[in-house]
Write a new protein. Structure first.
Length: 295
């Protein structure tokens, strides 16, 4: 499998994560650890794609503050091509705050990604030729509805999407028919379709025009569906350290599998293996991720 080029258009954040030492007490200060790390759905997917050996170009809006400098430097060191990203003078780099329980399962998150609105159709028009030369383009739903719609209408490369959250997933509804693959979680899929089960939701997304649908079920595995085929795979058993970032790892594995011509079952299996590797790691990215471990 030769190296492919993937362009990711989405959000970068500074992730701030708090994890208490014991069962948290609500409305009280809890002893624990607080960590800072570069994140954001788009950036995390891009990071995982780099680990999977793909050539990655990241298109994101980044402030000219301390967080922005740190993120830009770290992405460059990972091997991401950042020349399409937009540095915003006076802009505030996106940040994401999450609090987990003592086991690392997320309790609540707060996302400040307003700067992502700076990735506009006008900005992307100047780079459309380079973007369409990629083997795949990935978007996350932190982008504005206008930008999402413009991308769907103008991008000819295979298009992948991550809904980010149920609150933002509706931005992708008008463009489902343009998507090569889509990976919502169970809650997002049900919210978007109004269906009561993950299987019905996957079928509804296929009927809306998505070519391949992958609905992640948390600890219950994944449902994968394409025209004429629907399967469910269990999770890969692992000791859970932190669930943050598992969805991004799974999405990256699906993209990696797609650009390398793998089928839906192999793609779903790769997604489960990548998610398990992430869950076993204390951070949102497992630096040991590689093609050999998810094939």
């Amino acid at each position: 499998m030769g190296n492919k080029t993937v362009i990711v258009i989405g959000a970068v954040n500074m992730d701030i994560c708090g994890r208490p030492d014991r069962e948290p007490r609500m409305k009280d200060s809890n002893p624990g650890t607080v960590s800072f790390s570069p994140g954001g759905v788009g950036r995390n997917i891009a990071h995982n794609l780099c680990l999977l050996g793909l050539n990655v170009k990241l298109v994101a809006a980044i402030g000219d503050d301390v967080y922005g400098d740190s993120i830009y430097e770290s992405c460059t060191k990972l091997g991401m091509d950042m020349h399409l990203s937009r540095r915003m003078s006076g802009g505030r780099t996106s940040s994401y705050l999450c609090v987990t329980d003592e086991n690392g399962d997320m309790l609540v998150g707060v996302s400040d990604t307003d700067i992502s609105a700076s990735i506009t159709p006008e900005y992307l028009k100047a780079h459309i030729k380079e973007i369409n030369e990629a083997d795949a383009v990935v978007i996350d739903a932190n982008l504005t509805q206008e930008t999402v719609s413009w991308i769907a209408e103008n991008i000819t490369a295979p298009l992948y999407a991550d809904p980010v959250s149920a609150a933002k997933a509706d931005r992708l509804k008008p463009v489902l028919g343009k998507l090569t693959a889509f990976k919502p979680n169970e809650y997002e899929a049900k919210s978007m379709t109004g269906e009561s089960t993950s299987l019905f939701a996957a079928e509804a997304l296929l009927n809306a025009g998505v070519k391949k649908v992958f609905v992640s079920l948390g600890g219950d595995g994944i449902v994968a569906a394409s025209d004429g085929e629907i399967i469910k795979l269990p999770c890969v058993t692992t000791e859970i350290s932190n669930c943050t970032g598992c969805g991004d790892a799974a999405t990256a594995a699906i993209i990696w599998a797609g650009v390398n011509g793998l089928g839906i079952a192999e793609s779903a299996s790769a997604a489960m293996k990548a998610a398990a590797m992430c869950a076993a790691c204390p951070g949102a990215i497992n630096p040991e991720l590689c093609p050999e471990l998810i094939s």
